[in-house]
Design a protein around this ligand. Sequence first.
Ligand SMILES: [Ca+2]
Length: 309
Amino acid sequence: MAVNLQSLCNWKDNYQYYNSSLNARAPERLVMENKLYKALEREEFLLYYQPQIDFRTGKIFGMEALLRWNSPDLGMVSPGTFISTAEENGLIVPIGEWVLRTACRQNKLWQDAGLPPVRLSVNVSRKQVRKEEIVRQVFRALDDSGLAPEYLELEITESVIMEDPKCVLEALSEMKNRGVRLALDDFGTGYSSLAMLKDLSLDGIKIDRSFVRDVITHPGDRGIVEAIIAMARSLRLSVIAEGVETKEQLAFLVAKGCHNIQGFLFSRPVPAEQASMILQEDGCGTGIWHAICDDVSASLAPYPAACSP
Ligand SMILES: [Ca+2]
């Protein structure tokens, strides 16, 4: 068999390029790793909470817990800046456990304070699942907080599942048996098959924000969103649209049968104290967002055929 010299050369070039770019990045990455270790020790991480609204009631049914890092040097840092480093060096595992424990504890505190019970969604990273940490972490967070499992939802992306479907399916079914809810995150951007959706025994899917963003202006995205909602309904899965920013997007989603909404139109992610106030206000009378919902209800005329309760 002839040796393919061209591909050998390409490989060497690529390796050298990769190696030199890795070396160039190394000091920067080491600094970030060091900061992340200290952040965990010094408890510089915190959770923000973004409300999820049921359009039909105008009230909150859930919140997504979102990680933030309040760094003394860098200020408030969003996960996009540090998650890949934490994934690479494995720190994501203790950080992920901290997120789960904090979210469960916070939700129990809200319930104990008499606020309307909501479910809290927590994002799960690929390393947490791959190291089979997730079952231990979830059970411990529930046991230590005393939170009932149905008030915890895990958000898992398709790419995490596809990496090692057998291992993930086993871990998820253990948690499912305990009563924890499971949602497929960023749906539409990965490669899940319908068979896999069935095997996962999911409770819900979240339509990826990239489709919601252009749902009014882009016919392709509109078609994808419609198809996802129809599929979720026929598989009896709940469906949440995230990244909803305008009343026009909301009207479209509701008309197509998606009533569960998360996005800036209702609320940005907020710190725990502010989330407590929102929950309190939401529990009173018609809630905070009835004006937006009433307004959008009145504008639903362009989509009469698809609207159903
Ligand atoms: Ca998410």
